[in-house]
Design a protein around this ligand. Structure first.
Ligand code: SF4
Length: 139
């Protein structure tokens, strides 16, 4: 374990944890009307994202507790490490498979460069889930 966890949490989830949803980043490239995270993505001066090292430690710890399914989400998860060619996101997908996650999914709005689809690490994903919502208001 990388993080000191509350013993009750650990006891409860040991070998019972199956699925983890990991929020990688607050930022998003859309501003949907219905967004639950709007306050976070619109008004933060500094857009926050999880440190790569922390993300790896967390998925390692949750794997030790038994998790086999991992969903990467945000904000918009394809913005994670975008300035470095999505290196962090791609490394995290690869690492999750190395750790033994059987099913790794990304929840995205689909607004990313199609080149990402060609990356070997991105192809390691078991599922890419797109959120499809209206773009205009109903009167
Ligand atoms: S794509 Fe998702 S996170 Fe981004 S603004 Fe829309 S609802 Fe919010």
């Amino acid at each position: 374990m990388n993080y000191k966890m509350d013993q009750k949490f650990k006891d409860f989830f040991q070998d019972n944890l199956k699925q983890v949803f990991l929020y990688l980043i607050d930022d998003c490239n859309l501003r949907c009307v219905q967004c639950l995270y709007k306050l976070d993505i619109c008004f933060q001066v500094e857009k926050k994202e999880i440190a790569f090292e922390d993300a790896v430690k967390l998925i390692s710890d949750f794997r030790e507790l038994g998790a086999v399914k991992l969903t990467l989400m945000g904000g918009e998860p394809t913005l994670y490490g975008k300035k470095d060619g999505n290196k962090q996101l791609l490394e995290l997908i690869k690492k999750s498979k190395e750790l033994g996650y059987e099913y790794v999914r990304i929840d995205t709005n689909g607004q990313f460069d199609s080149e990402l689809l060609e990356k070997p690490e991105f192809k390691m994903l078991d599922e890419v889930t797109f959120s499809i919502d209206r773009t205009n208001k109903r009167n």
